[in-house]
Design a binder for this molecule. Structure first.
Ligand code: PXP
Length: 251
């Protein structure tokens, strides 16, 4: 059996539900604790510029929880001075730099590392010097992979959103083309010394083909699992995802 990819659980949307009423319930940190008890290998949370889900104090509490549970916190952030300052103070085990536009519903498209080298590379360096493992959320295309390697990042996370949409639309040919691109891109990234992760829009239906890519070391999954948890509870929802990932590696 090939080694299993780690399962990072993104808890942003527990905070989305909390924020709908502006109070403290449901507490995303309690959700993170439940996810850890259910076997999450890491907790991911995105501190957005507009604080639409996670709040600054959530990140502090999450870091304390993850430290005490010996589980990595993966902080997603935009490449801005404000976020860099927060990440340097927080010292999460991992940081994933993502593109961010205020008007978008979620993280649409990957980071343009090739065009943004002069902004991104110093941020990568500062975070690494501060002890965080740094990942860049990119499209699986060669120029971005090469640029990610030049920036000094440790990891690339390939954006699986368009692949997920292709399957939602029933376009198997397009989805297969994405899987082929992920497979080749993962090989290239690994040959450049980059660890390979995948995330965005992953579900029970579409995760197998991604988990099956040999270089896939981590999957970051949020919206679908939090949605399923409404029906099943967090523990069974995570366990089922873990089972599907395990089966895809064994087959
Ligand atoms: N990975 C990254 C870098 C993301 O920005 C997101 C969404 O915040 C995810 C993974 C998780 O995506 P989803 O919530 O669609 O599972």
């Amino acid at each position: 059996m090939k080694s299993l990819p780690r399962l990072g659980i993104n808890i942003d949307h527990i905070a989305t539900i909390r924020n709908a009423r502006g109070g403290d319930h449901p507490d995303p940190i309690a959700g993170a604790y439940a996810a850890i008890q259910a076997g999450a290998d890491g907790i991911t949370a995105h501190l957005r510029e507009d604080r639409r889900h996670m709040r600054d104090e959530d990140m502090v509490r999450l870091q304390l929880l993850c430290e005490s549970e010996n589980i990595p916190l993966n902080m997603e952030m935009a490449a801005t001075t404000e976020m860099l300052k927060i990440a340097l103070e927080l010292k999460p085990k991992a940081v994933c730099i993502v593109p961010e536009r205020r008007e978008e519903r979620t993280t649409e498209g990957g980071l343009d590392v090739a065009a943004g080298h002069n902004t991104i590379a110093p941020i990568v360096r500062a975070l690494k010097d501060n002890g965080s493992r740094v990942s860049l959320f990119i499209e699986a295309v060669e120029p971005q992979i090469q640029a990610a390697a030049r920036s000094g990042a440790d990891v690339v996370e390939f954006h699986t959103g368009a692949y997920a949409h292709a399957l939602d639309d029933g376009d198997e040919i397009k989805a297969d083309a994405y899987v082929e691109a992920f497979t080749q891109s993962a090989k290239l990234a690994a040959s450049l010394g980059l660890e390979v992760h995948f995330g965005h829009g992953l579900t029970y239906e579409n995760v197998s083909r991604i988990a099956d890519i040999p270089e896939c070391m981590e999957l970051n999954i949020g919206h679908f699992i939090i949605g399923e948890a409404i029906f099943l509870g967090l523990d069974p929802a995570i366990s089922e995802m873990r089972r599907i990932v395990m089966d895809s590696r064994e087959s």
